[in-house]
Design a protein around this ligand. Sequence first.
Ligand SMILES: C[S@@+](CC[C@H](N)C(=O)[O-])C[C@H]1O[C@@H](n2cnc3c(N)ncnc32)[C@H](O)[C@@H]1O
Length: 200
Amino acid sequence: MAETLPRLRLDPADPLAGLGGFASVALEIGFGGGEHALAEIAAHPEVALIACEVYANGIASLLGRLVPEGGEAGAPLPPHLRLWDGDARIVLRAVPEASLARVFLLFPDPWPKARHAKRRFVHPENLPLIAGALCPGGEWRIATDDPTYQAWVAETLAAQRFFAPAAPMTMRPPDWAPTRYEAKALKAGRTPLYWSLRRV
Ligand SMILES: C[S@@+](CC[C@H](N)C(=O)[O-])C[C@H]1O[C@@H](n2cnc3c(N)ncnc32)[C@H](O)[C@@H]1O
């Protein structure tokens, strides 16, 4: 965390610094242990990924898979990866308008109690932020296994104008990498839903 994270950390004052040569830029909100982020950078070396996570153990887990022990300060790092160890909304506010091709929100914390609904990432207050950062035609991928959150996503999407209406899928499309929370949900017998939304 002390040596490798600063080498990858995004600068909110210049969030796309060094990423101009890539075909497009994607953002992952809450990468957890980093399984999906690592799969994305391996599958798409031409696409830059800004991966955000507030949970220190998650960040440490991703860093541990990126660099071998002893290579923290000097091992080569993927040129198309930036990390943000804070609230993803800070990045969404910092990036230029319409600069992202894709946003991933996979298995966000569900906050199932109604009195905590304001903490859910899919929220009418956050939609303009995500929509503003995405380019026209850009994709927002959402997955959740929590029934309350599934209904909440459907209700929130039905009441907005930024994304074209799209029914959720019950199977993860083949080009989406799996995550640890998805594996937990499937093991527990829950059925995740997957939305692929297009910015109007
Ligand atoms: C339930 S976990 C899912 C992790 C991973 N996406 C997966 O599917 O395995 C949700 C993660 O989102 C992170 N998170 C919650 N709010 C966030 C925010 N505003 N910005 C960045 N990360 C956030 C949490 O720390 C947590 O690790």
